[in-house]
Design a protein around this ligand. Sequence first.
Ligand code: NAD
Ligand code: WQD
Length: 341
Amino acid sequence: MKILVTGGTGYIGSHTAVELHHAGYDIIAIDNFDNSYPDVLDNIKKITGKELAFEKVDIRDKQALKSFINKHKDIEAVIHFAAFKAVGESVQLPLKYYENNVGGTVNLLEALRENNINNIVFSSSCTVYGEANPPVDENCPISSAQSPYGNTKQICEEVLFDQTKTCDLKVVSLRYFNPVGAHDSALIGELPIGVPNNLVPFITQTAIGKRDMLTVHGNDYPTPDGTCIRDYIHVVDLAKAHVAALKFLREKKYKESFSIFNLGTGKGNSVLEVIQTFEKVNSVKLNYKIGPRRIGDVVQIYASCNKALKELGWKTERDLENCMVTSWAWEKHLKQLAIGH
Ligand code: NAD
Ligand code: WQD
């Protein structure tokens, strides 16, 4: 089965390309390097021993995308990662996000339709649930989006759903909780541009001395230690879920044309637990202080993963300790390469 991976040199896309290779898939990836670097291709090759077939394509460029897909009519399924993901930037530049995330997805669907390519795995997000009662399952209603970024995920799900009504398209929408960690080789990982918003890159950048101090955004929440709770999922576990989703599509296990799965560990950890785990497993003391709450944060969210286990046969294998070990190894690797330092 030949698989197109959009956003294939990005954080989750690169790890998924590696897992698809291990599972024996024939892969072709596209990216415009807006939030990744061509070096990722070399690093994927170091891990897998095989060159990743790749073309630089911007999914906003409808003609370029169509002519790329016309050349690769043997593609049977697409895993669609390509999107912008910075929540804060999306508030400042909403049109940039709607154009890329929604417009890019529409372009992709048109090109797929023209070529009768009928399987797509879409990168959605737990952000669609907003504040909800954990453990959150797929029947939990989605709530009004907190940011244009979150809204693009909701809109894309609707666009995909509507499109399934017009053709043979089958969609698996994967709602990721909080992806963290890096590949065991420390050759691929997350590359935050500028000051990270997300907790784990901020922790590793503080520990390595790139940032002076981490601020914990509030410790007066109604949780056991007062800090917010999230479901941190290792990116390699997440990548393997995409392999499971392709199998689900290939074996036609779906009951409906549009299937949703939550991808998390099923366990919530507080901000302080993440910090303490990082310090313990890496024997590093982290400089941090307690600050005010961050606007828009939900108090606690973690996934119910029963549906993914039952229907995809997938569950996570790694724990928070492994997430912290691999994130730290990745940050040290970046320092050696002087990337972002
Ligand atoms: P990432 O930025 O590392 O990867 C996305 C890749 O897409 C980048 O390499 C970027 O250059 C590429 N890209 C962006 N716009 C493009 C375009 N117009 N044409 C071609 N390539 C383009 O992000 P990620 O963390 O790997 O996220 C992958 C997907 O998962 C995104 O859709 C994101 O919204 C979604 N997601 C991410 C998280 C997270 O916390 N990382 C959580 C939930 C959902
Ligand atoms: C986690 C916790 C912060 C930084 C975001 C996106 C969401 C999804 C996943 C894509 C929160 C706290 C953080 C810091 C802190 N991405 N924190 N100090 O907010 O759950 O979700 O990533 O779809 O859309 O919004 O993740 O890593 O930003 O925060 O105390 O410097 O860490 O307040 O409680 P979040 P996060």
